[in-house]
Design a binder for this molecule. Sequence first.
Ligand code: GLP
Length: 222
Amino acid sequence: MRIIKAKDYNDMSRKAANIIAAQVIMKPDSVLGLATGSTPIGTYKHLISLYQAGDLDFSEIRTVNLDEYKGLPKGNDQSYDYFMKENLFKHINIKEENSYIPDGMAEDDEEECRRYDQLIDSLKGVDLQLLGIGLNGHIGFNEPNDVFSKGTNLIKLTESTIEANSRFFESYDDIPKYAFTMGIKSIMQARKILLCVSGKSKAEILKESIEGPITPQVPASI
Ligand code: GLP
C-alpha cells in the first residue's frame, strides 16, 4: 500500500486523475471500477480535461460502477447512473454500452446481484478500482458488518449513511434505504485500488482504516 499525500482537494483530484490516466494510456481497454459521491467529482473533472486536451481515449475502456440505490430508475437525478453520465460519461468518448451499473429497478434482487457478479467475471475483473470512503468506513455501500461481503449484495443502509445522504434529497422519505453494492471480495480482487479521501470529517475514519485492526466493522480497513 502506498499513501500519497495531497495538499488540498484539487491536488488530490489531479493526482488521482493522473493515476487513472496512466492506466488508460498503458492499457486502453482497461476495466475501470468507478465510484460516486462528492469525492471523485474533481478527479472526473481532471480526466475530462485530459480527454479534451487529446491525451486520453476512452473508446475501448469498460467501466463498472460500485453501487446504485434500490428503487431509483436510470435517469432519476439522484441515481448513480445519472451521476456518472453528468459528471463523466457524457463528456468523454466512452461507448454507452461499455459502462455498467447495478439496476436499481431490478425486480429480483438476488438475480440482479448474480447478474452483476457474472458481468464483472465476464470482463475478467477490474484493473483499477476507484473508491471513496463513507464516514463510517464503508466502501461502495458495504456498511460495517460482522463479516466482509463477497459478491454483489443488497444492503440496508445505516442511519448514519442515510443521514449523510440526506443533503441530496428533499425529504427523509425520498432517501433510498437500500442499495445494491459490489461486494468487498469483488472490490479486493481489483488489480489496483485507488482510495481517495479528503476533508477533516474523514480524518478519523481514515486513521482507523489505516492504523486500526482489519475488521468488517470498518470495511475500508481491508
Ligand atoms: C456513498 C457512496 C460511496 C462514497 C460515499 C462517500 O455512500 N456509495 O461510494 O464513497 O458515499 O461519499 P462522499 O465522497 O460524498 O463523502
